[in-house]
Structure formats: structure tokens, C-alpha cells
Design a protein around this ligand. Structure first.
Ligand code: TRP
Ligand code: MN
Length: 454
């Protein structure tokens, strides 16, 4: 461990404050910030430590090559897109993808949403030029508003509390849906949304759904009481977000009464972004003391030495399920850049999960000025990731994608062949472009094929 990093036994939820913290908002009113953080620290936890331990156990199965991680959701959740329908539709598409992967590849799927807390964004430039005026960049609804005015962009600590409450309601509905019958495998047809069902991907999905129906009827005919089989009726669905605004994460970090360990109760899994993973920085230090499973994004600039040092900080005990590395290299680079990194991590003895974020290395700006990604680049990064994993004998542990259940036109290509002119039709993201329902389902079929080919 580099000597600039404090050993974990000096760790407390506040010890990150002594280290440089990138990407923190410049709150204009210190006193108001303190009031918000104080209020947050008295509010109930959003998740229970035992759930975070259960996820860690499931991720240990992924690390051992016996399960696959599907992590998906919005780039940034929005205070304006907060309805039962939008939460339900996002869950539907994730359940559909999980069915395709579980059935198509015969591998258990660990389901983790970028949801119920994904409200903060790192930015490349702290200011944005709007009609000649320099205004603060949008940093996610936990911090400021996306409208391009000076007033809207002023960081407001009341938003920390609002983000907490929206997370609580979102999680409440997700728990109801996933445990209360909505995710029952007998409902497999119902998750196919109207605009998807009539498409080629939708029909392909219907074929799997029909086979699942047959299998369920077969089991019933054999005398199995499906109503009493909890595993057919429910799914374990976990939450995750980037641990970016450290004051917020600190306020929700609590000691577990059962084990005495510290857990960040804002989500089951927290990750550290590509821009905040400095070895001597506050973010890695903060994550190092948590007992939640944690993850880190790994971009094209990572060196084997850096990455092993990061693993030493986040996973000193070399525990399976503790650490997930999310590769985001870009479509042309994954195949070549990953093998030396994967070999170095393996040789260092860290039993990590390797997963592929095929979105963030493939963003570009269209001629019309829209941030977009091409579906072909997304697929080719996934395929490069699988090739690299095969070359190094690493289990391709999962995918990490930005999607929505809506029929948006934010990413180019896919079976609908969305072109640049279409981006104006339904471009509603507050941050990065997301795959729509059809593109997401299509992606799940391709990934299932790649898994089967192995
Ligand atoms: N509980 C199992 C699982 O999560 C089976 C299951 C029930 C399921 N409902 C589902 C799988 C919906 C995928 C989607 O794998
Ligand atoms: Mn994003």
C-alpha cells in the first residue's frame, strides 16, 4: 500500500476529509450544508447491512465464474422523471434482460440497478459557456438543476435531502415490485412493453417467454406447487450509485449493530468513478473503510501498477465479492488494453469481478450537438471485453449499461437504425445517452450468445 494512504484501522466515516477530494460541489452556504448533512445523519438507513452482505456473497459467485452481473439504469436519475411508471418500466426492461441472460446462457444473474441514489455526476469542466456567460456545470440533481442558467446551477444543499427522499420512495416501489408478485416468472410476458413486443427483439423475447411458460406448466404437471416456490416468484434486486458527493455518503454511513462494521446505507453497492480514483485521494479512502461491496471504473489510462495499488486499497484482505472492476476502455481498445491489466490483478491475488461498461468509452457529440453513442460501438466493446477475458482465462463477469424503459432516441443504431436526425425526436436524458428498451433487449441477446459461445 502506498504510504500516502492511511491504514484502514485509522478509518472513520469522516477521515476522508483530510485528503484531497476531486469533483466536490462548491456549496455557497457552508452553514446550510452542515444543516442538511446533520439532518441526513439522523434519517433512517435506506438499505440494511445484511442485504449488502448478501450482495457481496452473490458477487463472490460471479468472481468464481458461477454467475453474471447485470448492472443497469440511468446515467443520472432526475428529480423530474420520478413516477411509478418510469420506475416500473426501467425494472421491466432489466427483468427482461435478466430472463434472456438466465435462460439463454443458463447462468444465474445478479441484478443491480443504477437507481435509487444515482443523482451526482462528475464533470470534465467545472464551468459551461452559455451564450457567452460562464455558469457552473450541471452536477446531478443532488447538487444543482440542469437548466442552463446561473441561478439553476447554484449548488443547493436542500437537494441532498430531496435526493434521499426520492431514493427512499424509489427503493420502496422496487422492493414492492420485486417481492410482491410483479417479478413472478409467470408474469414474463407482461414485461414486454408495447413498443418492444412487435419488434424482432420483442418476438425473440416472446419465444423465450413461451418456453418458460411451458417449463412452468411442466413443473406444475409434475406436482410441484409453484406458488410455494419463492425463487420463482421473487427476485433480489440491489441498488448502486457512484459515491461522488462524500458528505452525503458519510452522513448515511452507519455502524451495523450485528457485526460492528461500517456500512454506507445509501445503497448496496458503491462505486468510484474514473475521475475520482486517485490512489491518495478521498474517494478511494472513503470506500476502503466500508463493508459494502465496492467497485471502481477502469479507463484506458490505467496502468497495471496503478490498478494493483487500487486493489490493495479497496480489497486488502483479497475477499471474493468485495471488489468489482468496471472496464470502460472504448470499442477499439478493450481487447488490447485489458489483458495486461487482468493478468496483473490476477497475479496480485485479488479475486475481483471483471465487468464491462461499454457506454462511457464510446460517447461522442453528433453534428447537431447531441451527446450520443453508436449501438455498434457498444456491442463491439462488449465483444472486445469477451475476447480479452478469453485470452487471459478471466471470467467475463458482467455488463454495466445505461438504459431506460422508454422508447427514447439517444443512442444511434440498433434494429430501428436510429440516425443522427432522429436524436431530436425523443432525447430526454439529463446527462449521457441511454439505450432504449429495444436496444437493451437486443444487447441482452448478444451477451447471452457470447456467454454461450464460451
Ligand atoms: N429468482 C430467480 C432469479 O432472480 C428467478 C426469477 C424470478 C427471475 N423472477 C425473475 C429471473 C425475473 C429473471 C427475471 O433469477
Ligand atoms: Mn453516464
Amino acid at each position: 500500500m502506498p504510504d500516502t494512504v492511511k491504514p484502514v484501522n485509522d478509518w472513520t466515516p469522516t477521515s476522508w476529509r483530510g485528503l484531497p477530494a476531486e469533483q466536490q460541489p462548491e456549496w455557497p452556504d457552508e452553514h446550510a450544508l452542515e444543516q442538511s448533512l446533520k439532518a441526513l445523519s439522523t434519517l433512517p438507513p435506506l438499505v440494511f447491512a445484511g442485504e449488502a452482505r448478501a450482495l457481496r456473497k452473490s458477487l463472490a459467485e460471479v468472481a468464481a465464474g458461477q454467475a453474471f452481473l447485470l448492472q443497469a439504469g440511468d446515467c443520472a436519475e432526475s428529480f423530474y422523471d420520478f413516477t411509478a411508471d418510469s420506475i416500473r418500466d426501467k425494472l421491466k426492461v432489466i427483468l427482461q434482460m435478466a430472463v434472456v441472460l438466465t435462460y439463454g446462457a443458463g447462468t444465474p444473474v445478479v441484478k443491480v440497478g443504477r437507481i435509487a441514489g444515482q443523482f451526482a455526476k462528475p464533470r470534465t469542466t467545472p464551468y459551461e459557456d452559455v451564450a457567452g456567460e460562464q455558469i457552473p456545470a450541471f452536477r446531478g440533481h443532488m447538487v444543482n438543476d440542469d437548466a442552463p442558467t446561473l441561478d439553476a446551477r447554484r449548488p443547493d444543499p436542500a437537494r441532498l435531502i430531496a435526493a434521499y427522499h426520492q431514493s427512499a420512495s424509489t427503493l420502496n416501489l422496487l422492493r414492492a415490485f420485486t417481492k410482491g408478485g410483479f417479478a413472478d416468472l409467470s408474469q414474463v410476458h407482461m414485461w414486454n412493453q408495447q413498443f418492444v413486443a412487435s419488434s424482432r427483439e420483442g418476438e425473440r423475447y416472446e419465444a423465450i417467454a413461451a418456453e418458460i411458460d411451458r417449463a412452468l406448466r411442466f413443473m406444475t404437471a409434475c406436482g410441484i406447487d409453484l406458488g410455494s416456490e419463492e425463487s420463482l416468484r421473487q427476485v433480489d434486486f440491489y441498488t448502486s450509485h457512484e459515491a461522488l458527493v462524500l458528505g452525503y455518503e458519510e452522513a448515511l454511513t452507519r455502524r451495523d449493530s450485528i457485526t460492528g462494521g461500517w456500512y454506507d446505507t445509501s445503497a448496496h453497492l458503491l462505486w468510484c468513478g474514473e475521475r475520482t480514483r486517485q490512489l491518495d485521494g478521498a474517494h478511494l479512502h472513503f470506500l476502503s473503510g466500508l463493508n459494502n461491496p465496492v467497485a471502481a471504473k477502469v479507463g484506458p489510462g490505467a496502468t497495471p501498477e496503478d490498478l494493483v495499488a487500487l486493489c490493495d486499497i479497496l480489497d486488502p484482505a483479497r475477499e471474493p465479492g468485495r471488489l468489482t472492476l468496471i472496464s470502460r476502455m472504448g470499442s477499439q481498445r478493450a481487447e488490447h488494453l485489458l489483458p495486461p491489466l487482468q493478468r496483473a490483478v490476477r497475479d496480485s491475488g485479488h479475486p475481483v469481478v471483471w465487468t464491462c461498461d461499454p457506454m462511457h468509452g464510446n460517447t461522442f457529440v453528433s453534428e447537431g450537438g447531441r451527446k450520443t453513442r453508436h449501438f455498434d460501438d457498444v456491442l463491439s466493446e462488449i465483444s472486445g471485453f469477451f475476447t480479452a477475458c478469453r485470452a487471459t482465462g478471466t471470467w467475463p463477469g458482467g455488463v454495466h449499461v445505461e438504459l431506460t424503459g422508454d422508447s427514447v432516441t439517444e443512442c444511434l443504431g440498433g434494429a430501428e437504425e436510429i440516425v443522427e436526425d432522429d436524436l431530436e425526436l425523443r432525447y430526454t436524458t439529463t446527462c449521457d445517452p441511454r439505450l432504449n428498451g429495444r436496444q437493451s433487449l437486443d444487447l441482452a441477446f448478444r451477451v447471452a450468445e457470447l456467454l454461450r459461445a464460451g
